[in-house]
Design a protein around this ligand. Structure first.
Ligand SMILES: NC(=O)C1=CN([C@@H]2O[C@H](COP(=O)(O)OP(=O)(O)OC[C@H]3O[C@@H](n4cnc5c(N)ncnc54)[C@H](O)[C@@H]3O)[C@@H](O)[C@H]2O)C=CC1
Ligand SMILES: O=C(CO)COP(=O)(O)O
Length: 337
């Protein structure tokens, strides 16, 4: 059987490891940071910290030893926060088989370098582009852990690699589609977290569906502008990794990014929201990196910039709204192509 290592026993790492175990074509080892979590998964087949109500596949094995997780792995799946990935990869590098396919589940952009996660992987591991893939799409981990139906995109510039990955994660409730547009799939996932934050703010301010739909649609427009400027196919963003993920995340109270924004919009300070947010809300730190990437490429991303102003510069949500609504009048389509 194919050997798969999944590095990161948080919500998506656990849920995705369960998908691969349920798909039944691979042996799956989940690397967790904490020994008590690994022991609970091995002994009870439950991840008590993230999904206490879910019975995981009993074939799923957990360990805190990266060497054990990575020995002989044909697929190495990364499920840690975007801003720690580089340090994690540095530590794991000696154990990662050079011919393994590296799969990023991570939806973020690195602060400082503005690199996408696949670029961070390649810069640390020197893996060829054909051996680096991403999984993205409307994939709220809580629903997938409960084995509710979902679809996803598995993207790799080398189509045969995407097909191999598709096979090992195709479970009865999880339907992955292949794609070769890695850039589009990655940016769709990263930017939607920022847009979900903005939608959350609108919800927290008490606004209704017109405001939400406007942010989702204009959020997609600025995602497309950035992605196309960086070489993506604009149609990718009309698919699961673009519109699909954006709609799911912006509509769901399960979304950590939307919830973060909702708390800001209802009057909490950024520091207070950060203090009570236990799981990763990627949009909070990736917003600044995405806005820098946009600026470097001459792309206008007003929603992203407004989120940066609220999260990093303390702009009150009410003022952010005024700033956004008073921008100069424009045609609906500009700056694409
Ligand atoms: N939760 C979800 O519904 C989905 C999440 N994602 C993406 O997956 C990535 C991981 O997110 P989640 O699993 O949701 O986050 P999480 O907060 O639930 O789990 C993060 C995991 O990384 C570990 N971790 C945190 N800091 C670390 C560090 N410095 N070194 C090593 N490990 C560290 C934690 O112990 C935990 O196991 C994010 O980029 C997120 O955007 C993508 C799709 C769905
Ligand atoms: O990426 C996700 C759904 O596809 C999860 O969104 P949050 O990180 O906002 O919870």
């Amino acid at each position: 059987m194919t050997k798969v290592a999944i590095l990161g026993g948080g919500s998506w790492g656990t849920a995705f490891a369960n998908v691969v175990a349920d798909a039944g074509l691979a042996t799956v080892t989940l690397w967790c940071r904490r020994p008590e979590l690994a022991a609970a998964i091995n002994d009870t087949h439950i991840n008590p910290d993230y999904f206490p109500q879910v019975q995981l596949n009993p074939e799923l094995h957990a360990t805190t030893d990266p060497a054990q997780a990575l020995a002989g792995a044909e697929f190495v799946v990364l499920a840690v926060p975007s801003q720690s990935l580089r340090d994690n990869l540095d530590a794991w590098r000696p154990h990662i088989p050079p011919d393994a396919v590296i799969v990023s589940l991570i939806k973020g952009v690195e602060l400082g370098t503005t690199l996408r996660m696949s670029e961070v992987v390649r810069s640390v591991l020197n893996h060829p582009a054909d051996q680096v893939a991403v999984v993205s799409g409307p994939n709220l981990a809580g629903e997938i852990a409960e084995r509710q139906p979902a679809t996803a995109v598995v993207a790799c510039p080398h189509e045969a690699t995407a097909v191999r990955l598709q096979h090992i994660c195709k479970a009865p409730y999880f339907r992955p589609y292949t794609h070769t547009d890695l850039v589009g799939a990655e940016l769709g996932g990263a930017v939607k977290n920022v847009i979900a934050l903005a939608v959350g703010v609108a919800v927290g301010l008490g606004f209704g569906d017109n405001a939400k739909a406007s942010l989702i649609t204009r959020g997609l427009a600025e995602t497309v502008r950035l992605a196309v400027a960086l070489g993506a196919d604009e149609h990718t963003l009309a698919g699961l990794a673009g519109m699909g993920d954006l709609v799911a995340t912006c509509s769901s109270p399960l979304s950590r990014n939307r919830t973060f924004g909702e708390k800001l919009g209802s009057g909490m300070s950024v520091a207070d929201v950060i203090a009570e947010t236990r799981q990763t809300a990627e949009g909070v730190r990736s917003a600044r990196a995405i806005s820098a990437l946009a600026r470097d490429n001459g792309v206008d991303m007003p929603i992203t910039e407004t989120v940066v102003a609220m999260v990093d510069e303390g702009l009150p949500p009410e003022e952010a709204l005024v700033r956004f609504m008073s921008r100069s009048a424009k045609p609906e389509r500009y700056g694409v192509g």
